[in-house]
Design a protein around this ligand. Structure first.
Ligand SMILES: Nc1ncnc2c1ncn2[C@@H]1O[C@H](COP(=O)(O)OP(=O)(O)OP(=O)(O)O)[C@@H](O)[C@H]1O
Length: 600
């Protein structure tokens, strides 16, 4: 039984105190708070317990736990998913032979299995009424009006059927606005909160448009694919997820969706492309490779979508995106339709993005860059040296009580790849079933880790920012910012892995003096989201403002309204749009080298 991991930590704590004589340094496993006052052995090496927890006052880390042979290893499945992952690796292995036959594989077929793997937990619980009174703002010329139901939109029978199969009863706010705008042929820059259904908002119009333009004659060049639509996303996992979703939406429509991403063998992806592609979902690096090999041409592109568009246009990715969009054979703005989506849109990125757009509509659902009210945000002051023990206390309490009475998945964000490995190891040896995902792991390991996490086999995932954006994992109940990011927008995306699709979520952040620059934007964000801001954080925020320590910009301004950068063109170009101190040069902090390295 999955819940037994609570007991195993208790056992491991007691057991390892008695069996410390191994090769490892004499350390014992995690001791839950309620056992800390008890003598653990005849020598009485009890961990001391004080009201303020001290990580290093325990002899905690390293010793293998002792709980009946079922010691939790990183990725329970790392060696265990052999057949799926060894027959070719990467994408191909995820659905062995899915395209061999002529018949289209039913992409809905695995949905029920996935639900069942969580036993009695509820299936959807979607409550989009939670979004009903959300503020929406549009700007641009002649903005097409929103709809209230899918029935009002002419998406075609096959697509409507798939919407039913997805159990989407009514459109989310971003869908109500973005779908009619896109169907009318307009370019769009859309900003809507995490987990609010942006993927369908750009996929539906693209699929519908491709269906309508199916007659388009494409050049016949041996071994070169001519997709009609391109969807770019910053990470491999997100591209796979978008591909999976797009395949569901386009089931039995005749629209062929193919994914291409790095870290997986290119040969299988080439084979898929040769079989025909209407919508190509890709990460930028692999796409550039395919373009340079002339295996893909962009000359027939009618639709270009950038998911996580602000990330795609920041310093790390911008050159590659410019190359793909401006320097290859893609039709220019006006000759193609361009759709940009994200939960955050800093104004300088909006300005860059406008190069790719023509007479576009700007859409903001909720406050730009805000978090959703569905996420309860907590921030705790935790010294670096106390973080591990504090995390384990949280996990232990959660395991005993659940979150809102339910056992859910916990996603723990750290700053570095090494930090992710170290924390994963620490949790595992202390009896907490954890796995990790970061840029130094092979793609096979990354996919396996994600799968093990999603299924609940390994209910704790330690991650770098590679998992911060876009990933839709329904049962993530708790996001822990073990290391806070430097940039408030990254925080928004990270905590957005919970509280999705109308469900409630919990986010806990460990804050200390090293996070001074985040104090003000974090306090502001929490206030905007009606969260209780601790008095000590308010004091840090005031200190940061006073000392000029706040170099973090807000995404498009903290208040609702006026967030389309075109509306603020009267600003002096050298002005800092975020009320910070350094003008453009000070932008971000979070998109500097350290953070970018965590990405693909
Ligand atoms: N109209 C709808 N009705 C019910 N569920 C929906 C609807 N639209 C989307 N969903 C579900 O909501 C969840 C979140 O959607 P999605 O991943 O597209 O969010 P997002 O806005 O792209 O989030 P992020 O900013 O994190 O990328 C998904 O599980 C999706 O299937």
């Amino acid at each position: 039984m999955r819940t037994s991991w609570a007991d195993s930590a208790d056992h491991s704590a007691i057991g390892s105190a008695n069996t410390n004589a191994g090769a490892c340094p004499p350390r014992s496993a995690y001791v839950p708070p309620h056992l800390r006052n008890r003598p653990l052995s005849s020598e009485g090496a009890a961990a001391s317990h004080s009201s303020s927890l001290q990580a290093n006052d325990r002899v905690n880390y390293g010793g293998p736990p002792h709980h009946g042979g079922s010691s939790f290893k990183s990725d329970l499945g790392r060696q265990g998913h052999g057949s799926n992952f060894q027959t070719g690796g990467g994408w191909n292995s995820r659905g062995a032979g899915r395209d061999r036959g002529r018949r289209e594989v039913n992409p809905f077929e695995n949905d029920e299995d996935a639900d069942q793997s969580f036993g009695e937990q509820e299936n959807t619980g979607i409550n989009f009424d939670a979004y009903d009174d959300i503020p929406v703002e549009t700007s641009g010329d002649n903005v097409p009006p929103p709809v209230n139901t899918f029935a009002e939109i002419d998406l075609g029978d096959a697509l409507n059927q798939n919407i039913l199969r997805c159990k989407y009863v009514k459109p989310t706010p971003v869908q109500k606005y973005a779908i009619p705008i896109s169907l009318s042929g307009r370019d769009l820059m859309a900003c809507a909160q995490t987990g609010s259904g942006k993927t369908a908002a750009f996929c539906f119009p693209i699929i519908s448009g491709v269906m309508r333009g199916a007659y388009v004659q494409r050049p016949r060049v041996a071994r070169t694919a001519f997709p009609l639509a391109l969807i770019l996303s910053p990470t491999r996992e997100l591209s796979c997820q978008i591909h999976d979703e797009a395949r569901k939406f386009s089931y039995q429509t005749g629209v062929k969706v193919v994914v291409a991403y790095g870290g997986a063998p290119i040969t299988q992806q080439l084979r898929e492309l040769e079989r025909g592609v209407d919508i190509l979902v890709a990460t930028p690096g692999r796409l550039v490779d395919l373009l340079e090999r002339a295996r893909v041409s962009l000359q027939m592109i009618r639709y270009l979508a950038l998911d996580e568009a602000d990330r795609m246009l920041d310093m790390g990715f911008e050159p590659q995106i410019r190359k793909i969009v401006e320097q290859m054979d893609m039709p220019p703005p006006g000759m193609r339709q361009t759709l940009l989506f994200s939960a955050t849109f800093p104004k300088e990125i909006q300005r860059l993005a406008s190069d790719f757009l023509s007479n576009y509509v700007f859409l903001a659902v909720g406050r730009v860059g805000s978090s959703t009210d569905l996420i309860a945000q907590r921030v705790e002051y935790v010294l670096e040296s106390d973080k591990r023990s504090h995390l384990m206390d949280l996990l232990h309490a959660q395991r005993e009580n659940g979150i809102d009475g339910k056992q859910g998945l916990t996603l723990v964000f750290v700053e570095t790849k090494k930090g992710a490995d170290a924390l994963e190891h620490c949790l595992c040896v202390n009896g907490f079933p954890a796995t990790s995902i970061h840029g130094d792991r092979t793609q096979q390991e990354r996919e396996l880790a994600l799968r093990s996490f999603k299924s609940g086999n390994t209910p704790i995932l330690v991650a770098t920012d590679v998992a911060a954006r876009g990933l839709d994992i329904p049962r993530v109940a708790h996001v822990v910012n073990f290391d806070l990011p430097n940039d408030i927008d990254d925080y928004v995306h990270r905590i957005g892995r919970t509280g999705r699709a109308g469900k409630m979520g919990l986010a806990t952040a460990f804050f200390n003096d090293g996070n001074l620059s985040l104090a003000k934007p974090l306090a502001d964000l929490m206030q905007e989201a009606n969260q209780e801001v601790p008095a000590w954080l308010t004091r840090y925020a005031a200190r940061a403002s006073y000392s000029g320590g706040n170099r973090n910009r807000r995404s498009g301004g903290a208040r609702f309204g006026g967030r389309d950068f075109r509306k603020e063109n009267s600003f002096n170009k050298a002005t800092d749009y975020y009320g910070g101190t350094g003008g453009y040069g000070s932008y971000g902090g979070g998109y500097g080298q350290g953070v970018a390295s965590a990405w693909d």
